[in-house]
Structure formats: structure tokens, C-alpha cells
Design a binder for this molecule. Sequence first.
Ligand SMILES: NC(=O)c1ccc[n+]([C@@H]2O[C@H](COP(=O)([O-])OP(=O)(O)OC[C@H]3O[C@@H](n4cnc5c(N)ncnc54)[C@H](OP(=O)(O)O)[C@@H]3O)[C@@H](O)[C@H]2O)c1
Length: 347
Amino acid sequence: MAGTHYAATLPQKGGPLLVEKRVTPEPGPNEVLIEVKAVALNPVDYFQRDLGMPPVPIYPAVIGSDTAGLVVKAGSKVTTAPAPGSRVIAFASSFYQNGSPDHGAFQKYVLAQSEAVVALPDTLSFEEGAVFPLAVLTALTAWTTIGIPIDTTNKYAPQDKQAALIWGGASSVGTFAIQSAKTLGFTVYATASPKHHDYLKKLGADAVFDYNLGDVVSQIVTAAKKDGVKLYIAHCVVDGALQPTLDVLKQTKGDAVAKVAHSPVLPPDHPTLDNTEITFNFPSMDTAARDKHIHQCFQVWLQDGLKSGSVVPSPTLQVEGGGLEGLNLALDKLKAGVSGTKIVVPI
Ligand SMILES: NC(=O)c1ccc[n+]([C@@H]2O[C@H](COP(=O)([O-])OP(=O)(O)OC[C@H]3O[C@@H](n4cnc5c(N)ncnc54)[C@H](OP(=O)(O)O)[C@@H]3O)[C@@H](O)[C@H]2O)c1
């Protein structure tokens, strides 16, 4: 008979999450069963809990996407996953598995597609490992969304003087936007509150600007001109930042077609700019294309970056207790707003 485990289930739209037993699933051919040791939280988790958006097709649901833990068992066709007992990072999201509750992170045993399971280096804790999955996927998808391959063997050289603007650099996604921009060879400009500037420079930002200042746009434009860089690429990571992003690009893009990846949902009446493509940042909904992209993000970019040390956990961890029972409160804290931290819950 199959075993059972505890899960934080979402019984209906509006929550709260309830801790109850579920049957522990067997991995499908291309899946890995993982014993979860830590989860990290993302804004999408409280959107799904409280509003049922993005759509939750099956209730009771199990939401969440970011895990680190131990491999229990791999499916018959899996060739890439570490052996049972190995420490791993895994992107485990029911959203990308038609709402299947076996695939949501907020439970003790979860299924993840093998492309999204990466060895966790001995130097990192489970809590540190959990911060990567959705933020890395989102930061890297932003590049491919605007036509920039995430192939670090073919990166820009310093003499290319190719810059990228990351608006919202201290956010969880923003920190990986900075780290990935660096690995792709960009001169990296970011915006953040002053208390995060030194940290973001350590992650790879060349210059960081305080978005609270009235002249932030002219500060960035002045820096781009002084540095002699081409600046027509931006990742607008946080809500409400598209207008100042476009205000910068208007003055720096020259004749180039500017390209902006926008991570929050794009409102229908969003601002625009001539000769500028603004695209909602989201992975392909074609399964084969998405699996290939996920492979590139996790098996190549993240795995190589962890091995070489060019990619590190970010932003600063905010560890919350309570295990599965503590997830409602931890989600409420995230919803109330964080500044330069990633909320992680040991399970
Ligand atoms: N499209 C997708 O697939 C996808 C996936 C994941 C996330 N997202 C979206 O991406 C966004 C970021 O998510 P996250 O988890 O990275 O957020 P987060 O870590 O919760 O973001 C918090 C940070 O946002 C910064 N911030 C807020 N307003 C800002 C502004 N006007 N300018 C610059 N920085 C600002 C704050 O910076 P300071 O501390 O410096 O003040 C704070 O550190 C959210 O809207 C989320 O829903 C989309």
C-alpha cells in the first residue's frame, strides 16, 4: 500500500492552507520524488491562495514551487537526476503540471520534472538551496522572452559595451536578473533602495540607483552616456516601474528597437514607447519548448553556475519557523512586503 505524508493543502480559493495527509505518489517516467527539507515563498503563492490566480484548476490544491530536499526515487526514464539520498534543489510547481496536487512544493514529498532537479552543493544549506527555482526561472526567461539566448559561452565582451537595466534589483527575481546579466556579459544597471546597493554590486551590478529619488531617470541616463554603453534592454521586475524604465530607454536607446521584459502582469493600458517592444515575461505554454527551456535554465545555467561559484543564493534569507503549519503566516509576511529578503520555511 502507498504511504502517506503531510501537505499544506488549499481547500478552496481564499484559503487558508490546511495541513492534512495525502497519499505519497510514485514518480512518472520523467519525474523525481523528493523529500522536501525547505521551501521558499513567492508572491504567486499568496495570489493563488487568496485569489485563485493564476488559475487553480484542481481543489484541494497544493501550491508552492521552490524546494530543496533529498531524492527519494527517480522515474524509469530519468538519466539526469542525482542518486537517491542526494541533496537537490527542485522546481516543483503544480501550475505547470495541469494543477496536479502531487507536484506542488508545499508538502513533505513532492514530484518534480527531472529537468528541474539540480544537485545542491555541500556548501549550501537546504534553506539556501530553496531560494533558486522560480526566481532563477523568471530571471532567465526574461532574457529569452526578449530574444537573448542564455548561453554563457557566447556572452557579450566588455568592448561590446552592451548594458541592461534591471528595475527592482533587490527583489528576489531582481537579484537573479543581476546575477544572470553578469554571466551574459552585460554592463548591469539596477535600481534599489540605498541599503541594498553594496550587496547588489557584490552580486554583479556595475551601478545601482535609488528609485526613490526624483531624478533617478536622469541619473541612469547620465551614467549610461558617461560609460559609453548601449542601453536598449531592460527587465522591469516590479510593479509600477514600467514608466520610469521607458523614460530611461527613450533617452538611451538611440535608433535601436528597445526591448523590455515585464515580470508583473502587464495592465492593458500600460505605458508604451515608440520603437519599443514590451513583453510579459512568461515561459512558453508549449510543453516541449518549456521543458527544453527549463533544462537550459536548471541543468546548464544554474548547475554550471553553482559548480563554478558564479551563481550564489540571493537575496538575504529570512527563515520563518512553523513548518507546513507556519506557511499561512509566512505567506502573510511576504504579502505585507519584504525588502531584500527571501522568505524560506524549513519543512
Ligand atoms: N512572470 C512570472 O512568471 C513571474 C514569476 C515570479 C515573479 N513574478 C513577479 O515578479 C515580481 C517580483 O517578484 P519577487 O518575488 O522578486 O518580489 P519581491 O522579492 O517580493 O520584491 C520585493 C522588492 O521589490 C522592490 N521594489 C518594490 N517596488 C520597487 C520599485 N518601484 N522600484 C524598485 N524596486 C522596487 C523592493 O526593493 P527595495 O527593498 O530596494 O525597496 C523589495 O526589495 C512580482 O510582481 C511577481 O509577481 C512574475
